[in-house]
Design a protein around this ligand. Structure first.
Ligand SMILES: NC(=O)c1ccc[n+]([C@@H]2O[C@H](COP(=O)([O-])OP(=O)(O)OC[C@H]3O[C@@H](n4cnc5c(N)ncnc54)[C@H](O)[C@@H]3O)[C@@H](O)[C@H]2O)c1
Length: 313
């Protein structure tokens, strides 16, 4: 029999596509989507859905027992830009939801956990280019602090209790199926929507702010790949660096102008500039390549082509 999977935070930018990909792979009925709100039609109609608050331990345990869940993908979190506005709520959601899932695994009620970290674990003192997995971190945002702490707890639960938890540090993710959820790299999605509707975009970051990014298809592939590996191949139990591409707002604008020559961009940086300035520009993911054969497929040109074609339909 196929295993049963629960996705918590399934209606968000990543959760929606991850749920659909897992349902296609393991069967619709084996993949239970959950969130505090309902999701889009394709998610709601393709398999089981439960309204679930990730901060309520008893509610999470009830769903796990009811569906005999073996693997949990914990995607619920408050993202970087929103977390700066609500620090305590972000800490409560990002940490308690993780403890609940790790404790279910510690008590052997589930057997495997995926929990995403982020490039936000890095800070202003981190080497900016080709940032290694193990380096100075010192995050300067609420979100980054919660992700760095979460990584340490994952590693602790693995070492102390043998919990099989796996994690990657996603860069900014670019997708067209679902809108982004309040992160600092959201501009790299908004820009395509605005290019198609207004041929104009006002960017909240400066033109030369280079950040690590990834097309959603690569992120979903990496997530499923790390979860399907033999446990012994996962040598890093905090979180793996994961790299796709790196570009600036000026470069993404130029790639759009190849398809929409009259597209114009202007720069009006806001509070998110400080967050972006504290993050790396490019990521070294050699451990993921070595341990579980990770390799990204999409560069900026391919991403722009995919985004404009799909959003333009
Ligand atoms: N999107 C990115 O670029 C990116 C980059 C790095 C890391 N990540 C991480 O990936 C994960 C998913 O990110 P995303 O972009 O899909 O976020 P998102 O904001 O789009 O989705 C999060 C989902 O969690 C749900 N949620 C919020 N509070 C909840 C609660 N109490 N109980 C249950 N569900 C709740 C929301 O309704 C939402 O559907 C997060 O951990 C995020 O930190 C995302």
């Amino acid at each position: 029999m196929q295993k049963s999977i629960l996705i918590i935070g399934a209606c968000g930018q990543i959760g929606t596509e991850l749920t659909l990909a897992l349902r296609e792979r393991y069967g619709n009925d084996r993949v239970v989507a959950s969130d505090i709100r309902e999701g889009n039609e394709s998610l709601m109609q393709s398999g089981p859905f439960e309204l679930l608050d990730a901060t309520n331990y008893q509610a999470v345990e009830n769903i796990v027992m009811h569906y005999e869940i073996e693997e949990v993908y914990l995607m619920a979190a408050m993202l970087s830009a929103t977390a700066e506005k609500f620090p305590m709520r972000a800490w409560d959601l990002n940490m308690n939801s993780l403890f609940h899932v790790l404790n279910l695994a510690k008590d052997k009620k589930i057997s495997k956990v995926f929990w995403p970290s982020s490039i936000a674990v890095f800070g202003p003192g981190t080497p900016k280019e080709n940032t290694p997995l193990h380096t100075i971190m010192e995050p300067s945002t609420v979100y980054g602090i919660s992700k760095q702490s979460g990584e340490s707890w994952c590693s602790y639960y693995f070492k102390k209790y043998g919990v099989d938890v796996r994690s990657v540090r996603y860069p900014g993710l670019i997708s067209w199926k679902t809108l982004p959820g309040g992160g600092t790299t959201d501009y790299a999605i908004d820009i395509y929507h605005s290019a198609l509707s207004h041929k104009k975009y006002s960017c909240f970051l400066k033109e030369n702010t280079k950040l690590p990014m990834m097309y959603m298809d690569d992120a979903i592939r990496a997530t499923i790949a790390i979860m399907e590996c033999d446990s012994d191949t996962i040598l890093e139990r905090s979180s793996y660096n994961l790299a796709g591409m790196s570009f600036t707002p000026a470069e993404i604008a130029k790639s759009i102008q190849k398809y929409i020559p009259s597209f114009e961009i202007e720069y009006n940086p806001d509070f998110r500039q400080d967050i972006a300035d504290s993050w790396p520009s490019s990521i070294n993911d050699s451990e993921a390549q070595k341990d579980w054969n990770w390799k990204s497929n999409f560069n900026l040109e391919q991403t722009t082509e995919e985004m404009l074609r799909n959003l333009g339909k």
